[in-house]
Ligand binder design. Structure first.
Ligand SMILES: NC(=O)c1ccc[n+]([C@@H]2O[C@H](COP(=O)([O-])OP(=O)(O)OC[C@H]3O[C@@H](n4cnc5c(N)ncnc54)[C@H](O)[C@@H]3O)[C@@H](O)[C@H]2O)c1
Length: 266
């Protein structure tokens, strides 16, 4: 499987190391990359990585470079613009910036593009877990409550330090409002909403917590099935403290699942 990656940032570069250097998924390598920063800058960042990757700055050339699948790891705006265009030409996409799907117009464009291209858009579990449970619990509309509390230190919000010593709630409201306010921090809440009650009925609390080192997510699920809680204490990626290592690993797991005859947890 030849993979094209959009965005050679923290997730993109992690994927190059894991897929091309460590061959974490058999017969699966990144062969093409699209990044607005240009390949000259990125080649420096990829030093030490055993990768023969063609760099592109235009979607058209990238899409026709012989790739079988694309991983979007750039931003909400990039995903909204490029993902439907790739899907409609039959290229499946694994989307990291799940937040773009909170916009109903983008969501229906992506769905239409999947139908037109007879392909699929995959939303990995990202920095959280339990999406399988949420989907099962929601069958026949039997899910009644879905909340997520996201705690990050100041670096996790892209802030340099700060004076607060106590945890501080920055936001409380729907996932739909949360992704507007924190476009780079609450992608997980949109993945969760898509699995369950939708972004307007999924409740989000965002906490700036100077006492925590990593990015923590606490999810509560209630429904006819019973109740569940999922707590994930993430280690951030060294290249971007806003992004959890698990988010990048979940992309690798998705690529692996696509190659497996038996798929577990779907
Ligand atoms: N689903 C989840 O749980 C989850 C978790 C963490 C991050 N994310 C999301 O994944 C995405 C990538 O995260 P990251 O930490 O690797 O980000 P990053 O900022 O480290 O890297 C983003 C890369 O995209 C490139 N880029 C930006 N605009 C572009 C454009 N128009 N065309 C081409 N390239 C462009 C940048 O140059 C950069 O190299 C972000 O949207 C982030 O919010 C999702």
């Amino acid at each position: 499987m030849r993979v094209g990656v959009i965005g050679l940032g923290a997730i993109g570069r992690f994927l190059v190391r894991i897929l091309n250097n460590e061959q974490a998924v058999p017969d699966c390598t990144i062969t093409a990359a699209l990044d607005e920063r240009g390949m000259d800058v990125l080649k420096g960042k990829l030093l030490g990585v055993n990768a023969t990757i063609r760099g592109f700055d235009r979607l058209e050339e990238f899409a026709t470079s012989g790739i079988d699948i694309v991983v979007e790891a750039a931003s909400k705006a990039v995903a909204a613009n490029y993902v439907p265009r790739l899907l409609s030409r039959g290229i499946p996409v694994i989307i990291c910036s799940a937040g773009c799907l909170a916009d109903p117009a983008v969501l229906s464009k992506v769905e239409e593009a999947c139908r037109a291209g007879r392909t699929h858009c995959y939303v990995p579990s990202g920095a959280i877990g339990g999406l399988d449970l949420v989907q099962a619990a929601g069958v026949l509309g039997k899910l009644t409550k879905l909340t997520i509390t996201t705690r990050k230190p100041s670096l996790g919000f892209g802030l340099n330090g700060g004076t607060a010593a106590e945890p501080q709630t920055l936001f409380e409201g729907s996932a739909y409002e949360a992704i507007e306010k924190f476009p780079n921090n609450v992608n997980s809440s949109i993945a969760l909403s898509l699995a369950g009650l939708g972004s307007k009925r999924t409740q989000v609390r965002v906490v700036l917590d100077p006492t925590t080192k990593g990015n923590t997510h606490h999810i509560h699920i209630e429904g006819a099935f019973g109740r569940a809680e999922v707590v994930v204490e993430n280690q951030p990626l060294p290249d971007n403290p806003k992004t959890s290592c698990l988010a990048a690993l979940s992309v690798v797991a998705t690529l692996r699942a696509l190659n497996q005859p038996i798929r577990v947890g779907v």
